[in-house]
Design a protein around this ligand. Structure first.
Ligand code: HEM
Ligand code: HEM
Ligand SMILES: [Fe+2]
Length: 466
């Protein structure tokens, strides 16, 4: 018994399931590193900090990519009102990506990074060794192949079907994701130039094209759970993506302050990135407005909660915590401190982890043949997961912000001579790091509660009124 409108939407299921498995891995490595921050030699021989860091951040990116792909395979056919062009291709690419991803992570864990580089002929085309882009060159090529097949599949589906604003915005975001990833293959010898182009991937992803992906997925779920007219939602979506691109593209300048780049970047970066919180704020207004104006009570309360939650947390993490350190005179002091880590955590979780969980929450009951929504019992458990993870992330962010403020205060503000050294400062931050670790354990408990909700049965779902 399936409750899908189109059979081929079912290919999304393995993508979502695998994404969640990798998410667990990401958190475990986060906790290992969090402990290494305060117990320096914890697992030191087996899993050095730099390896754990690479695994933590790469698992994050890969599970989000699986999540985006699953989202697209789920919503594009329904929006286009036609079956997916090739479900078979989608399944083959799933296995290719899953195998390549797993092999790469095992490579990080089992052999020294330099050996991995040698094995994979990095010297022929050196692209390794940069944060988030640590993958061996052949893995990167694999990612491009998977992305091309994925875009082909979606493109052909949209061409033969209905062209909705949501599909167009999602496709633009996904094509942008693939195009900007190509800068990962360009690795100039000059470190400043390397960093300059590195941001073309990292910044233009999270503060550019990924916002289109987020906007499109949010729009889709909001239409489904509120029954509000598509025309209203589409108008909001256009405004949001316009604001995102207008502010985000030149906002890249907030990474060019101290890169030996011309000084005008301090103005351009400060001004344009100061506008970047706007699209995130608009998403909060839009989500709450649509839910308040809803035409129906959708039985999937959990999905509605995720949709509202992602808008708020993305605004706090990206908008508020981003703005906190984005003006050049502030960034002069905070650059590369724990403030950066605080912002990175809440922004990635609030915007991208949560938008993926929003659509998983909406789609999974249908993909699993349960119906419009899970049982009340399962939803309550899922909502416990939501609150535990989200509140834990708020605390992780607050503790890291506390650590960051103290770090700047002790190490960077005092006139030279009185400033503490980096390591002496880190010693003084231990209490914050311990509290971050405790919050991280609570985050893990929340994640486990969330996963447990998939295994809770029960028949009764929320009553649908009207
Ligand atoms: C969801 C969107 C966003 C995500 C996922 C995100 C994530 C991140 C991450 C992970 C970093 C650290 C990169 C590194 O050096 O390793 C970073 C840096 C930074 N972000 Fe964001 N960000 C987002 C949006 C924003 C926004 C809207 C602003 C400004 C209003 C902003 C301002 C900054 C600044 C100024 C830095 C550099 C910090 C430094 O100098 O160390 N970010 N961001
Ligand atoms: C829940 C427990 C977690 C713990 C204990 C943890 C811990 C850490 C640690 C220690 C680092 C390295 C910081 C450094 O280089 O000094 C890190 C980096 C990072 N983590 Fe986590 N993490 C957790 C969860 C998450 C989640 C849920 C996300 C996003 C959804 C995330 C995203 C990131 C990112 C983007 C970076 C790189 C940040 C940067 O470059 O500034 N982490 N994490
Ligand atoms: Fe940025």
């Amino acid at each position: 018994m399936s409750t899908l409108k189109f059979q081929s939407q079912a290919v999304a299921k393995p993508y979502f399931a695998f994404a969640l498995i990798l998410f667990v891995g990401q958190i475990l490595f986060g906790l290992i590193m969090g402990l290494q921050y305060v117990v320096g030699d914890f697992l030191a021989g087996a899993i050095p900090f730099n390896v754990a860091r690479m695994v933590h951040t790469n698992l994050l990116i890969v599970w989000l990519l699986f999540g985006f792909m699953g989202s697209a395979y789920y919503l594009v056919p329904e929006e286009a009102d036609t079956e997916l062009w090739s479900p078979k291709l989608a399944i083959i690419l799933f296995w290719v990506f899953a195998a390549a991803g797993t092999a790469t992570i095992l490579g990080y864990l089992l052999v020294p990074y330099s050996t991995l580089a040698e094995f994979t002929f990095n010297e022929l085309w050196p692209t390794m060794g940069r944060e988030f882009l640590e993958q061996p060159t052949i893995t990167k090529i694999g990612i491009v192949v998977v992305a091309l097949g994925f875009l082909l599949n979606l493109g052909m589906t949209i061409l033969k079907g209905r062209k909705t604003a949501i599909n167009m915005v999602l496709m633009t975001g996904l094509i942008g994701l693939a195009v900007f990833f190509l800068f990962a293959f360009y690795n100039p010898e000059n470190l400043a130039l390397d960093k300059y182009f590195w941001w073309f991937v990292v910044h233009l992803w999270v503060e550019g094209v990924w916002e289109l992906i987020m906007g499109a997925i949010l729009a889709y779920v909001l239409i489904k759970v509120t029954g509000v007219d598509r025309e209203v939602i589409e108008k909001w979506l256009y405004v949001i993506i316009a604001m995102a691109l207008i502010s985000g593209i030149l906002g890249t300048g907030h990474h060019f302050y101290w890169l030996t780049t011309p000084e005008y970047w301090q103005w351009i970066g400060s001004i344009f990135s100061a506008i970047e919180p706007l699209p995130f704020f608009a998403m909060v207004l839009y989500a709450f407005n649509m839910v308040n104006r809803r035409r129906r009570e959708h039985p999937n309360k959990a999905a509605t909660l995720w949709a509202l939650g992602t808008s708020v947390m993305a605004f706090l993490g990206a908008g508020v915590w981003g703005f906190l350190h984005t003006l050049a005179p502030v960034n002069y002091y905070t650059h590369g401190s724990q403030i950066t880590a605080a912002h990175g955590h809440m922004a990635f979780y609030g915007a991208y982890a949560m938008i993926v969980m929003t659509i998983i929450s909406y789609a999974m009951p249908k993909l699993r043949g349960i119906g419009e929504a899970n049982s009340n019992k399962a939803q309550v458990c899922e909502m416990w997961g939501f609150w535990l993870m989200t509140v834990a992330m708020v605390f992780i962010t607050l503790f890291l912000t506390g650590a960051g403020i103290l770090q700047v205060w002790l190490q960077r503000l005092p006139e030279s001579g009185e400033a503490l050294s980096f390591m002496a400062t880190q010693d003084k931050l231990a209490l914050f790091y311990w509290m971050r670790e405790v919050s991280g354990v609570i985050f893990l408990i929340g994640l486990l509660a969330y996963l447990a909700s998939f295994f809770i049965g029960g028949k009764e779902t929320a009553k649908v009124s009207q």
